[in-house]
Design a protein around this ligand. Structure first.
Ligand SMILES: Cc1cc2nc3c(=O)[nH]c(=O)nc-3n(C[C@H](O)[C@H](O)[C@H](O)COP(=O)(O)OP(=O)(O)OC[C@H]3O[C@@H](n4cnc5c(N)ncnc54)[C@H](O)[C@@H]3O)c2cc1C
Length: 468
């Protein structure tokens, strides 16, 4: 039976920490990046290594506990923590090992993007990940992983070579193109549904210094800029990435004072091609659109990756609404022009991340990520440090999304969704959903790993159908 004596016995098996509600570290251990999330787990296991993860999975399963898995804790819906759950916290597992000859890097399951950039940059290498260095490699990779290098070097999952996975029965397997291929297919986009990844092996690319940064324009020019951008990004060279943004200019350097707190639109560029062709690549953009502010120039890759970190420390209120977008029609731009000027707070923003270029040349069935035909992953994010602003963040993002959704491709990038229910998950995986459900039945038939964008095992679906 599950009681404190059993818990104390379990504690002796761990190298890491077991934190309970009466412990002094409990308050910090239950917090995740999104300050809107206020959940009270039954205990948090800060795992020191893979062995701790195995023990924790076995303990949770044998004692009938709900299990939540926490990597970097960045998930919008706070899926790294759950009320009354056993939280398996991977954040101490933060080793990296670069093999410069093979151009690979092995990464512990609790690493942040910054850990990987730090390790690889010293060798003139980079793994394509996301745009903020504090994000967890675990959740980002398992959901897909898009960022500054997506158009040149694919999604993060397309650079995953292998993973060590602790399964629901406590066994450990390696998933790669030759071993447990079905699992390897599923974890590339299917989230944390299939097990806990304690170690990732990535292919790295020769990227050291980018020619990158934001260009900004007056908000009134957004229809012109967006119209130009939608045509340009479709045929842009793969070396060039650029995500479109509506934003409020932060009141501090490097932004000039006369622009502080102004609502503007922008593109955050990243050119990762040959340095001598960077100026030439940007010349037509600069000539035709004449940005109000142009901060694009040479920048070390890790500096670009952490450019927004200071603006967005942990603990703020975040409310996200997302969709994949195939085409940006004039009507859709009209909707943006109704809601973007109403951005409710300085940190709230709207981003359209391109997922075309190299990423779109991988087949829809090659990984679990189904939307290879989408042009953008769009996210509307209401953000502010003040909890009293919660309602206005939710209202703005929800109304904006409602008005735009009919112009979208249907599903959304799982890593930009909150906890939005099964229909949204199905809309996101489309034809790949059934295959994911079959693999889930094989590796996690009892749905032990369900605090995620959950794909239900087929057996559970049948049982539910019988019960209803
Ligand atoms: C500020 C910010 C910026 C972001 N920028 C980007 C971006 O540029 N590109 C992008 O693609 N996404 C981005 N995201 C979204 C991000 O990918 C997701 O929030 C992702 O879930 C974060 O992973 P995590 O490990 O930090 O989160 P967590 O909250 O710890 O976990 C998220 C989910 O993944 C599961 N999980 C985590 N690690 C593991 C593991 N090792 N094994 C099994 N399951 C695991 C958890 O159980 C949970 O369901 C951003 C998020 C934030 C908050």
């Amino acid at each position: 039976m599950f009681n404190q004596t059993v818990t104390e016995q379990f504690r002796t098996k761990l190298r890491g920490e077991l934190i309970q509600p009466n412990g002094e570290k409990y308050e910090s251990a239950r917090k995740v990046y999104n300050g809107m999330i206020d959940r009270h787990p039954r205990m948090v296991i800060r795992c020191a290594d893979g062995a701790d993860v195995i023990s924790a999975v076995n303990f949770g399963r044998e004692n009938g506990l709900v299990i939540a898995v926490r990597g970097g804790g960045h998930n919008a819906g706070g899926l790294g923590v759950w009320d009354d759950a056993l939280v398996i916290d991977l954040s101490p597992i933060r080793y990296t090992h670069v093999d410069p000859e093979a151009q690979t890097v092995r990464v512990g399951g609790g690493c942040t993007l910054g850990d990987v950039d730090h390790a690889t940059h010293a060798f003139g290498l980079a793994v394509p990940t996301g745009v903020m260095s504090t994000t967890g490699v675990g959740g980002l990779t398992l959901g897909g992983g898009l960022g500054h290098l997506t158009r040149k070097c694919w999604l993060t999952i397309d650079n995953l070579l292998a993973a060590d996975v602790v399964l629901a029965d406590g066994s450990v397997v390696t998933a790669n193109p030759r071993r447990n291929e079905d699992l390897f297919w599923a974890i590339r986009g299917g989230g944390g549904n299939f097990g806990i990844v304690t170690s990732f092996l990535f292919k790295a690319h020769r990227v050291h210094t980018d020619y990158a940064g934001p260009m900004l324009w007056e908000l009134e020019r957004a229809p012109e800029v967006m119209g130009w951008y939608r045509d340009f990004i479709v045929d842009a060279p793969d070396d060039l990435n650029g995500f479109f943004a509506f934003l409020v200019v932060p009141p501090g350097p490097p932004f000039p004072e006369h622009l502080h707190n102004r609502k503007m639109c922008g593109v955050v560029w990243c050119f990762a091609g040959p340095h001598d062709s960077a100026e030439e690549t940007f010349r037509p953009i600069r000539n035709s659109l004449k940005p109000t502010l142009d901060l694009v120039g040479p920048i070390p890759h890790p500096a670009l990756q952490s450019m927004f970190d200071a603006l967005y420390p942990p603990g703020m209120q975040w409310y996200w609404k997302a969709d994949f977008v195939n085409e940006l029609s004039d009507d859709a731009i009209g909707v943006h022009m109704r809601y973007a000027p109403q951005i409710p707070t300085m940190l709230s923003t709207v981003h359209l991340y391109p997922v075309n270029g190299a990423a779109s040349r991988v087949g829809k069935e090659e990984t679990a990520w189904s939307y290879r035909d989408a042009t953008w992953a769009q996210v509307i994010a209401g953000i502010d440090p003040d909890p009293a602003k919660k309602d206005c963040l939710v209202e703005w993002a929800s109304n904006y999304w409602e008005a735009l959704h009919s112009y979208s491709a249907g599903g959304a990038y799982v890593n930009f969704m909150m906890d939005e229910g099964e229909d949204r998950v199905k809309a996101t995986y489309r034809d790949n959903y059934e295959r994911l459900a079959a693999i889930k039945s094989k590796y996690d038939p009892d749905n032990l790993f369900r605090i995620n964008q959950n794909v239900k095992p087929k057996a559970v679906n049948l049982a539910q159908e019988r019960a209803s």
